[in-house]
Design a protein around this ligand. Structure first.
Ligand code: HEC
Length: 124
């Protein structure tokens, strides 16, 4: 009986905590990605911090074997303007695929960064 109660408790705990999907792809199924109006501070910078700056922060870049810094606007703007930012995240020919050794960014994140670059990569 006690075992049964523990089991019931565990199962309700799983329902209470474990089953919330907050993945973008699940909350917003394909086609409903809202990439319009992306900004540097609100959109691009958080994505780069989450997926790139373990290697591309000002502090980490030299010791990670690259000189590409992606933790401040001016440095990101350079990579946006020379085509490297979009080339690497799209795994385009002639570019090192990024994040290095990791999964490609979601198509929605790529669309958001593309939107920002397309609007001239402003410091907004
Ligand atoms: C695990 C470490 C690591 C992560 C995470 C990472 N990079 Fe890199 N990145 C590197 C290294 C090392 C290089 C040097 C070139 C190479 O090895 O391909 C590099 C090079 C680059 C370059 C220059 C490409 C070239 O052809 O010279 C760009 C642009 C870049 N990364 C962007 C990004 C972006 C954007 C992300 C996140 C989406 C990212 N990186 C995530 C390690 C990383």
């Amino acid at each position: 009986m006690t075992k049964l109660k523990i089991l019931a408790g565990l199962i309700s705990l799983m329902f209470a905590t474990g089953c919330y999907y907050d993945k973008e792809e699940i909350l917003y199924p394909a086609g409903s990605c809202n990439a319009a109006g992306s900004t540097y501070s609100g959109t691009v910078s958080p994505i780069l911090n989450a997926y790139c700056n373990s290697c591309h922060s000002t502090a980490a870049a030299p010791s990670s074997g690259n000189n590409i810094v992606l933790d401040n606007y001016n440095s990101v703007k350079i990579q946006a303007s020379n085509g490297m930012l979009l080339g690497t995240i799209n795994h385009a020919a002639g570019h090192s695929p990024m994040p290095k050794g990791g999964a490609k960014l979601s198509s929605c994140d790529i669309a958001k960064i593309t939107n920002w670059v397309g609007s001239g990569a402003p410091n907004n």
